[in-house]
Ligand binder design. Structure first.
Ligand code: NAD
Length: 371
């Protein structure tokens, strides 16, 4: 697949290597308004200077390509991705798909109109451990999910546009965990309540800490605490998960070297107990360590294979733009809940809000942005 990559900044780097090293993709052009970033990206990929562009339209007008990978900051995603689809390219766009619901809906509408595959890179779910967890859950290993407790904690010092964006934690980081919740539960969000704040160790203008409570369709509840400005304990990027169902629990902690996934079954027939009873000790208080099966390619490489296969077969990707509106609704719903102090109906997120002027405009005054 011949790919144009737009945005070759920090995270764009990881895509340069992923596309270069994947056997179904090759870079045919690079786009970035920053000439130094373009030169560095050209050196890594071998894309010659005449196919390195500071404007996307120049690349679209002069290079034959099948797809575009959009690794620009979120406020640029709608213009960049829609221009590419209009020019006949399929699009793999970084998360968050857009910074507001209307812009994301326009992207999904364009994919329909131009009959292109639009996929979002929510690569957290494309790893061995969540795939195994999802299989266990759907096979009924813990019965029906009742609730999840999810903790995420990493010390982040952010740079560039993230220092001025509103809600950098919810929109730029937690969106991965919201997508993972949807994937593991297999349902979309219904109601959301949130509080956010900015701790003294944060270096951003927007809030880096959040407590979020979500009710999913079907009734499963999630208690999520996340911080991107937390000295000390580091949970790793996936966070720590305790998933409790009607027949037991699954614990997922990538930092636990005794077993990142453990299954705690509660197989007892509760109807035989007539008196007050507490099920301790369980047969095995450490649970049953579960070995996650390998899915082969993971992360970016899985994204690339999946995107390419969907294009070839005319299938909708698992994390299509259309599907991803439900993930964005959780992130935006949390923002709205935190800003208003109200519980938000996730299914109505974006419906009553006019598109706001992008905060990116402030950043654009100091940084050239090209489309
Ligand atoms: N999936 C993940 O785990 C993950 C991790 C980090 C970042 N991201 C996402 O990747 C995207 C980029 O993040 P980043 O950390 O690389 O940001 P960055 O600021 O380091 O890089 C962005 C690059 O895009 C360029 N750019 C800006 N406007 C452009 C335009 N209109 N056309 C082409 N290039 C343009 C900038 O010059 C810069 O080089 C964001 O959406 C971010 O949320 C995803």
């Amino acid at each position: 697949m011949r790919v144009i990559q737009s945005g070759v900044g920090n995270f764009g780097m990881s895509w340069l290597y992923a596309v270069r090293d994947c056997n179904v993709t090759e870079h045919v052009a690079l786009v970035d308004p920053n000439p130094e970033a373009l030169t560095a990206a050209g050196d890594i990929t071998g894309v010659p200077p005449e196919r390195r562009f500071t404007q996307l339209k120049d690349a679209l007008n002069s290079v034959d390509a099948d797809g575009l990978i959009d690794v620009t900051p979120a406020p640029c995603h709608p213009t960049t991705s829609i221009s590419a689809m209009e020019a006949g390219l399929h699009v793999l766009v970084e998360k968050p798909i857009a910074e507001n619901m209307r812009a994301a809906q326009r992207m999904v509408q364009s994919a329909r109109e131009f009959d292109r595959i639009l996929m979002v890179t929510q690569q957290y779910r494309y790893q061995d451990q969540p795939r195994t967890l999802r299989r266990l859950i759907s096979q009924g290993a813990i019965g029906e999910i009742d609730h999840m407790v999810v903790e995420f904690q990493i010390q982040g010092l952010l740079q560039g546009w993230r220092k001025i964006m509103p809600h950098p934690f919810l929109m730029d980081m937690a969106v991965h965990h919201f997508d993972m919740m949807r994937y593991l539960i297999g349902k979309n969000g219904a109601k959301i309540t949130a509080q956010t704040w900015n701790p003294s160790v944060s270096n951003t203008a927007g809030d880096m800490n959040a407590f979020v409570w979500i009710e999913f369709e079907g009734g499963a509840r999630v208690n999520y605490s996340g911080t991107f400005a937390a000295p000390g304990v580091d949970t790793g990027w996936n966070g720590r998960w305790v998933i409790t169902g009607s027949k037991g629990s699954l614990v997922w902690n990538q930092r636990d070297e005794w077993g990142p996934i453990r299954l705690f079954r509660q197989d007892a027939d509760l109807s035989i107990y007539t008196d007050q009873h507490f099920f301790t000790p369980l047969p095995d208080i450490w649970g049953e360590p579960i070995h996650a099966e390998s899915i082969g390619a993971s992360g970016h490489t899985y994204d690339l294979y999946h995107w390419q296969a969907c294009i070839e077969k005319g299938m909708e990707p698992e994390t299509s733009g259309r599907d991803n509106l439900n993930t964005l609704a959780l992130a935006l719903g949390a923002v709205q809940a935190a800003d208003t102090g109200q519980t938000v109906d996730v299914r109505r997120v974006g419906a009553e809000r006019e598109q706001e002027a992008s905060w990116m405009a402030k950043w654009e005054r100091t940084v050239p942005v090209a489309v």
